[in-house]
Design a protein around this ligand. Sequence first.
Ligand SMILES: Cc1ncc(COP(=O)(O)O)c(C=O)c1O
Length: 377
Amino acid sequence: MIPCQRQKFSIPEDVAYFNTAYMSPLMHSVVAAMDRGARMKSTPWTLTIADFYDSVDRARSLFAGLMQVDAAGIAVIPSASYGIETAARNLRVGVGRKVVTLENQFPSHVYPWRRLVRQGGGEVIQVAQANHATLTDAVLAAIDERCAVAALPNVLWTNGAVLDLVAIRLRCDQVGAALVLDLTQSAGAMVTDFSVIKPDFAAVAGYKWMMSPYATGFLYAAPSRRDGEPLEEGWITRKGSRDFSGLVNYTDQFEPGAIRYDMGERANFALMPGVVAALEQLTEWGVARIEATLADRNRALSKRLIGLGLTPTPDDRRGPHFLGAELPKGTPGNLLQQLAAKGVYLSERGGSLRITPHLWNNDSDCDRLVESLGAIL
Ligand SMILES: Cc1ncc(COP(=O)(O)O)c(C=O)c1O
């Protein structure tokens, strides 16, 4: 277990923040790195060509290390929607075929698929658990020969319901479907074995469980997907771009790997050093230890919520780091405002209370949450 790390953040004692799924706070080390980075632009004469490459490459390889994949498969992107759009741009559905998504899936992982089928035929279906034993069973039943793409998360962003991506990958292989993942709500806090799951593409927005600045993220592309079409015809992603004076010697060749999918101006001096600082800290803690620590915290909280009349997603049906709970009938409509007035911050999505603690939380935060809920419900 990792001991409480609150000292690394600027969180007042009377704030109980349980909203990583919305936005994690930045660590002092991340703010300091971003401050140094922003100041680089105030003295552009001190910038070197290496400043356009080094922190980007460092971030790429730190992310790859966290996900235990090769850094060559990682592109630097500004948002999950950018990464998913990149995937959609490089896949086909077609008349009579379908994209399998979840009911209530995050919109960044729905709209690109809707456009794709609007333009090229096919349909997007939304899977609900309905009368299946688990959400995974419902998804497996939907992945048949008509399925061109399974476009899924690891955990559902509303209530933390988890999918068995290993079983889903196997099923995709049987029917020849591509697997495109949005791991925004799990990467950094839940071990995900890419060597088995082998996603075709996996996008992650960095500002939640990656503890990174807003407008940063990563896209993983499988080896067979690294020759696709990027969203932008960038210059820095081309072979030999380090030679700034030779950039008008145009080339259609990209640097190897997934670099072709990098966003323009990826070397954002104010943001990228912050990403590096955040990922260095996550690497030091280790994703498996983060997961185990949050799992322990959530199991204990879940039991206390049941005592208050809430219905948490069962421990074995949710991401270990992510606690969702249905509210009892008669819950006041302004519950979140009442909780905020007591210094407790969390969110509600699709009728579920979302409780997503992290290493800054301590035991008194949990007491404050449970006591505040008890007083309101
Ligand atoms: C599952 C999921 N994906 C993606 C995002 C963010 O998407 P984007 O980076 O496109 O703004 C969120 C934000 O809540 C999310 O919950």
